[in-house]
Write a protein of this length. Structure first.
Length: 223
C-alpha cells in the first residue's frame, strides 16, 4: 500500500513505536505543508492511504475528488472538522480518527507561552546573547484575572494551574462549559463582553473548525 503522511513538521512520525508495523508498505512523509488542493492532490495522487497530522491542513471535496486511488484517511487527534466526511463517504474513503488525545501537552504549551510573555523571556534571551542583562520587569500571574474560554479538557488544566499560581480564574463558553466550570469551583463571567473586558490573561480553547483557527491560542492583555 502507498501511504502518505502530511504536515509532519517535526519528523516525528518515523520515531513512533508503531512505525515499524508499516514495513513492506511504501511510506512518504512530508514535512512541509501544502494548502492548495490542486497542488496537494498532485502530491498525493498515488496514495491509497493518507495520514493527517492533527488539523494542520483542510481535506476538502476539491481534494478528495482528485484522489481516485484513495481508500483511507487516518487523522491523528480527535477533530475531523477539517475533513469533508460526506465527500469521503461518496467516494468510498474510510475516515478514522484517534479516539483519545491527551490534553496535557497543549495545556503545558499554553502555560509556557503565558509565562514567556509575562516574563519577556524571548526578548531577554536574545538580549542576553547580545551581552545585555535584564532590561525589563516581569509580571506575576498571582493577582491577575485569567480568562479561560471553553472549559473543556484543556481549558480545565489551564484553569487549575492558574488557580495554583494565585490567579482569579474567570470562565466563559457554551452552556455545558460554564456548568463544568461552576461545578469545579471557578467563577463565570456575567456575559461574553464582560469576560473579555475583565480578563488580564486570555486563553482560548474552542474546538477548531474550518472557519476557526486551531484549538488553543493565548494572548496577554493588561500587565
Amino acid at each position: 500500500m502507498k501511504i502518505a503522511v502530511i504536515d509532519d513538521y517535526q519528523d516525528a512520525f518515523r520515531t513512533l513505536r508503531c512505525y515499524p508495523k508499516l514495513d513492506g508498505h511504501e511510506v512518504l512523509v512530508y514535512h512541509n505543508t501544502e494548502k492548495d488542493p490542486v497542488r496537494l492532490a498532485e502530491r498525493l495522487r498515488e496514495a491509497e492511504a493518507v495520514i493527517l497530522t492533527q488539523a494542520r491542513s483542510p481535506f476538502p471535496r476539491a481534494l478528495i475528488e482528485r484522489l481516485p486511488r484513495l481508500r483511507l484517511v487516518s487523522q491523528t487527534g480527535r477533530s475531523t472538522g477539517h475533513i469533508d466526511i460526506d465527500a469521503c463517504t461518496e467516494h468510498g474513503v474510510v475516515v478514522s480518527a484517534a479516539g483519545f488525545a491527551t490534553p496535557h501537552p497543549t495545556a503545558e504549551l499554553t502555560w509556557r507561552l503565558i509565562l514567556a510573555a509575562l516574563r519577556h523571556i524571548p526578548y531577554e534571551a536574545q538580549r542576553l546573547k547580545q551581552g545585555h542583562w535584564q532590561s525589563t520587569l516581569g509580571v506575576c500571574v498571582k493577582g491577575k484575572i485569567l480568562g479561560v474560554y471553553a472549559f473543556g479538557r484543556i481549558g480545565s488544566l489551564v484553569a487549575n494551574v492558574g488557580r495554583a499560581f494565585g490567579a482569579r480564574v474567570l470562565c466563559w463558553g457554551r452552556e455545558g462549559s460554564l456548568g463544568r466550570a461552576t461545578t469545579a469551583g471557578f467563577d463565570v463571567a456575567e456575559s461574553r463582553s464582560a469576560f473579555f473586558a475583565e480578563t488580564d490573561i486570555l486563553s482560548l480553547h474552542p474546538r477548531s473548525t474550518l472557519r476557526r483557527a486551531a484549538s488553543s491560542r493565548m494572548r496577554t492583555f493588561r500587565a
